[in-house]
Every structure is written in C-alpha cells, then in structure tokens.
Write a protein that binds this ligand. Structure first.
Ligand code: SAM
Length: 287
C-alpha cells in the first residue's frame, strides 16, 4: 500500500476537521486524486525536488506532490483549520511535509525555505499551487520579480483563473497581451498545460481555470524591471491610443523614433523585445 492509500478520502477529512469552504479565502478544493495527480505532473519530474506550495487547504494536491516523489513539500496555508489535516499527511509521508501557518503574501518565501533547511543555491526547488484567485497575480508577479536571476526556483506549475492564465502566456497581438504578459515573457517561458472546468472543484468557482507551466529564461534581455514596467504602464494604461500619445510623458514621438518604433502603433502591436528596447534606450538616455 502506498502512503497515499493510508489516508482517508478528502471528503472525510473535510467533514472531520470542519473545513467548510470559505469564499473569502478563495477556497475551491480539488478532491479528485486523478486531477491533483495531473496538476502534479504538470510540474514535471519531482524526484528529489523540494516543492513550495501555497494554499494546500485539506491537502489533495499536497498528497499528489508527495506521492509523485517530491523530496519535501513546504506549504504555506492561511487557514489554521487546515493544519490538523496537513499534519496527518505529514505523518503518513514520514515528515516530508512541513505546513507553515500564515499569509503567503506577507511571508518571505526564501526565508521560510532556508529556515527549513533548504539550500537555495544547490537544492532543486519548484513552486506548485492551486492558488487562491484573489492573490494569485501578486504572488506570481513576486515570484518572477526576484532580484537574482535565474531565481531560486527552477519551475512552477500554477492554477489560475483561465483569464489570468491567458494574460500570463499571451504574446504580441493576442487579446490578452498586456503588462503581465510582457513581464512574464521577459523573464520566463510559459504555457498553459490544461484547463479545468468549474465542476472539477468543490465548491465550483464561476469561471474556468487553467494550469500554467513556467520556467525561468536563463538569460533574459538586460534591463531594469522598474524601467520596463514604467514603459508598459504608460503604453497599456491607454492601450487604445497611439504610442506617441500614451508615451508622451516618457518622450513620445522623439523617444519612439530614436528606438525605431513607429509612433502611430498601439501598445498591443509591440513585442516584449520592443518594450525592452524602449526601456533600454531610456536607461541609456538617463546616464
Ligand atoms: N490546494 C488545495 C486544493 O487544491 O484543493 C486548496 C486550493 S484553494 C483554491 C486555495 C487555498 O489557499 C485555500 O486553502 C486557502 O485557505 C489558501 N489561502 C488563501 N489565501 C491565502 C494566503 N494569503 N496565504 C496562504 N494561503 C492562502
């Protein structure tokens, strides 16, 4: 019998520990082992990998990560009601799960890993989560905004609302192309692994979800994130306007001509490389 078979079904766990889903915490649980195994597989080979999970809830995905061979799972959960259920999983998997109680938006993830004996330089680390939708974008943005690049994590598999997933993986001229896509495209390669309909969750959310696989680009184009965001904020802040208008405060037509970008284009027509070129020019100009 594998470890996972010694644990009670998740519905029983939810009942036993009184884990009625709280909407304010974005609690849409995955209770089907086939689905949680599919999410774990989207993270690639987990043998010997330490996984950082945000929002384990009753622990369905957590069980699958451990059953898939993760060396350890370090999971941050805000809802203290879930901790006893997570401790049961830890016991069933020889202590390979460490559950941390707290708000993942407030906590320093690198410090948590280090405090739990993880070597950020040498250990293999992945981030896998069925994210609470209300904080999914800021968490993702933080993970791809690491000052040291390549970052401490070698890959991520994350569940988002499909609309957010599409913005992350978007490219030039896609309807969903915007600030989030430029930032993500600058530093990472990302792709949607699969969609999940609302009925896959308990309780079902209103919208379709999607798992995004993310890997860091080893050598992103050299530019400061702050400058790049300044450019995309101006351009997409008035996305229907021509760039000569939306980017007026940064240098408008003169800036665009100097970089070789037609001032009559709109933000959605520029590629990630175009935005980086503008930002790089601004940095040179400021020296
Ligand atoms: N991983 C579980 C699953 O797949 O069934 C639960 C996923 S549920 C979509 C999101 C989880 O994130 C919930 O357990 C919720 O309590 C937790 N959560 C919400 N806000 C959080 C925060 N700020 N920090 C850490 N966990 C949070």
């Amino acid at each position: 019998m594998s470890h996972i078979d010694t644990l009670p079904p998740l519905r029983e766990v939810i009942q036993k520990h009184g884990l009625a889903a709280k909407k304010a915490l974005g609690q849409n649980f995955l209770l089907d082992l086939n689905i949680t195994m599919k999410v774990a597989r989207a993270a690639g080979d987990l043998e010997g990998v330490t996984v950082l999970e945000v929002g384990p809830g009753p622990g369905g995905l957590t069980r699958s990560l451990l059953a898939s061979g993760a060396k350890r799972v370090i999971a941050i959960e805000r809802d203290e009601r879930c901790l006893p259920a997570l401790h049961e999983i830890s016991d069933a998997f020889d202590g390979r799960l460490t559950a941390i109680s707290g708000d993942a938006l407030e906590l320093d993830h690198k410090k948590i890993l280090q405090d739990n004996g993880v070597d950020l330089e040498n250990d293999r680390i992945k981030i896998v989560a069925n994210l609470p939708y209300n904080i999914a974008t800021p968490l993702f943005t933080d993970w791809i905004s690491e000052s040291q690049w390549p970052p401490y994590w070698e890959g991520m598999a994350l569940m988002f609302q499909k609309e957010v997933a599409q913005r992350i993986v978007a490219n030039q001229e896609d309807k969903a192309w915007g600030r989030l896509g430029v930032l993500s495209n600058w530093r990472t390669n990302s792709d949607i692994a699969f969609d999940l309909p609302p009925q896959a969750f308990t309780p079902p959310p209103k919208v379709t979800s999607a798992v995004v696989m993310v890997s860091p680009k080893p050598e992103p184009l050299v530019v400061k994130q702050k400058t790049l965001e300044q450019v995309t904020q101006a351009a997409f802040g008035q996305r229907r306007k021509m760039l000569r208008q939306s980017m007026k405060a940064l240098g408008g037509e003169d800036l665009l001509n100097a970089v070789g970008i037609k001032p009559t284009l709109r933000a959605e027509e520029l590629s990630m490389e175009d935005f980086v070129s503008i930002a790089q020019f601004m940095e040179q100009r400021a020296k």
